[in-house]
Each structure stands twice: as structure tokens, then as C-alpha cells.
Design a protein around this ligand. Structure first.
Ligand code: AP5
Ligand code: ZN
Length: 217
């Protein structure tokens, strides 16, 4: 199975991806996670990406497309298929993906669009916190850890907030992504690949709908 998870920043792509990998054998590929890893490792890609990410801008298409191309060429993707999270975000990237998917012989089977109104997203992003040890994502109000201060997944006790979840950056991230959103939705709608899901429900209810779609692919 090869799928794309789409949605504005904070719509719940990462949260749903964590659930999907528990039920389906699929490789989770988040361009945002790849950039954050590259920034932590201080690689050239990471240093270049940082100047855009810190401002809430998109990293240039050529850079993003080339890391995705390299990742989709790996053996684990050949064996299990891919779940792209946060890519594509521009029409240029969507066109590039058509070519990459063809070259690696892994055509896109479906696109899940998690639909959430922009007004809801600021609160989601400002309340997000992440386990330092395993990367599990939580929310102060909507999805806290079961035991306060302890990660449900790994038992870790240290958490952090993402740099780009600061209010000023969030505003620009939303603006930039909203502009790109409609043309991308149309792109996949025309290819008959789009599945829109109401993302303004409880996390488990969103997942029920996501799972139903995935089982139908
Ligand atoms: P990236 O890391 O992809 O960030 P994003 O798209 O802004 O998405 P997020 O990770 O912020 O949100 P999400 O949808 O995963 O939400 P989550 O599940 O955490 O990208 C970061 C940056 O990298 C970009 O700004 C850009 O600069 C660069 N970049 C990445 N890809 C690129 C590309 N293709 N091209 C160019 N540049 C690129 O949920 C959010 C919060 O809400 C959590 O706290 C969660 O617990 C909570 N929550 C989730 N679901 C629900 C629910 N149903 N109800 C209530 N709360 C919920
Ligand atoms: Zn953890």
C-alpha cells in the first residue's frame, strides 16, 4: 500500500500516522521529521532547511523532492510501501512525486486529506508536546499522557515543544500552507485518489474513518 497523508499544519497527520503503523505494514515518511533530524545532525540539508523552517516557510522544492526521491528508493519501501506525511505540499512536488512513484514502481493508491478548519489549528499547535525519547506526540488538553509526565509509549519523562510551534511562526506556517492547499486537493481529486476525512472529531474517531479507507484500498 502506498498512500499520502495530507492536511494543514496541526490537522493530525503525525498523530494518525502513529496509529496507522500499528495496524498496517507501511513505512512512515515525514519530510518534516527528516528535516528536523537533518537539523539536529547539522548536515548541509539541515542547515539549509533551518532558515526556512524557523520562519514557517516551505523548504525549496528541489531540496525536498531530492530527499523524498532518495528515501523512496530504499529497500524497506520496496518491501512494504510508503505513507508520505507532509509531502507533497506544492504542485511542483506533486508532479515530481508522480515521476518518482513511477520510477520506483510504487504508484499512489490513495490520498487521505484530514480536514480541519484553520481556526482550530492554532490551539492544536500551541498545546502540542513531544516525547524527547521516542517522538510520540501529545496535546495538553486533547491528548495528554495517561500518567502526567510519563510517555505512554516509552515511559520517558522528558518532553519538548517544537521551535516552529511558537505563535508567530505558526501564523506564517498556516498562511503558506493554506495558499497551497486548494490546488493540491484539486490535483488528487482529478486523479480520483482523494479521500476527505473530518479531522474535527476525537482522535480515535478520526482514526476509525482513516482505517476504513485504508482497508478499502
Ligand atoms: P511538518 O513537520 O510536516 O509540519 P506540519 O505540516 O506543519 O504538520 P505538523 O507536524 O505540525 O502537524 P500534524 O498534522 O502532524 O499534527 P499532529 O498530529 O502533530 O513540517 C515542518 C516544516 O518543515 C514545514 O513548516 C516546512 O518548513 C518544512 N517542510 C516539511 N515538509 C515540506 C515539504 N513537503 N515542502 C517544503 N517544506 C516542507 O497534531 C497536532 C496537535 O494536535 C498535537 O498536539 C495532537 O495531539 C493534537 N491533535 C491531533 N489530532 C487531534 C484531534 N483529532 N483532536 C484534538 N487534537 C488533536
Ligand atoms: Zn516516548
Amino acid at each position: 500500500m502506498n498512500i499520502i497523508l495530507m492536511g494543514l499544519p496541526g490537522a493530525g497527520k503525525g498523530t494518525q500516522a502513529e496509529k496507522i503503523v500499528e495496524d498496517f505494514e507501511i513505512v512512515h515518511i515525514s519530510t518534516g521529521d527528516m528535516f528536523r533530524q537533518a537539523m539536529a545532525d547539522k548536515t548541509k540539508v539541515g542547515l539549509d532547511a533551518k532558515s526556512y523552517i524557523d520562519k514557517g516557510e516551505l523548504v525549496p522544492d528541489e531540496v525536498t523532492e531530492s530527499i523524498v526521491e532518495e528515501r523512496l528508493g530504499k529497500d524497506d519501501v520496496q518491501n512494504s510501501g510508503y505513507m508520505l506525511d507532509g509531502f507533497p505540499r506544492t504542485i511542483d512536488q506533486a508532479n515530481a512525486l508522480q515521476t518518482i512513484a513511477k520510477n520506483v514502481n510504487k504508484p499512489i493508491g490513495g490520498v487521505i486529506y484530514i480536514d480541519v478548519k484553520p481556526e482550530v489549528l492554532v490551539e492544536r499547535l500551541s498545546g502540542r508536546y513531544i516525547c524527547k525519547n521516542c517522538g510520540a506526540t501529545y496535546h495538553k488538553v486533547y491528548n495528554p499522557t495517561k500518567v502526567e509526565g510519563t510517555c505512554d509509549v516509552c515511559g520517558g519523562h522528558e518532553f519538548y515543544q517544537r521551535e516552529d510551534d511558537k505563535p508567530e511562526t505558526v501564523k506564517n506556517r498556516l498562511k503558506v500552507n493554506i495558499e497551497m492547499n486548494t490546488p493540491l486537493i484539486d490535483f488528487y481529486d482529478k486523479l480520483n485518489l482523494l479521500h476527505k476525512i473530518n479531522g474535527e472529531q476525537e482522535i480515535d474517531d478520526v482514526y476509525k474513518e482513516v482505517k476504513k479507507v485504508l482497508q478499502s484500498l
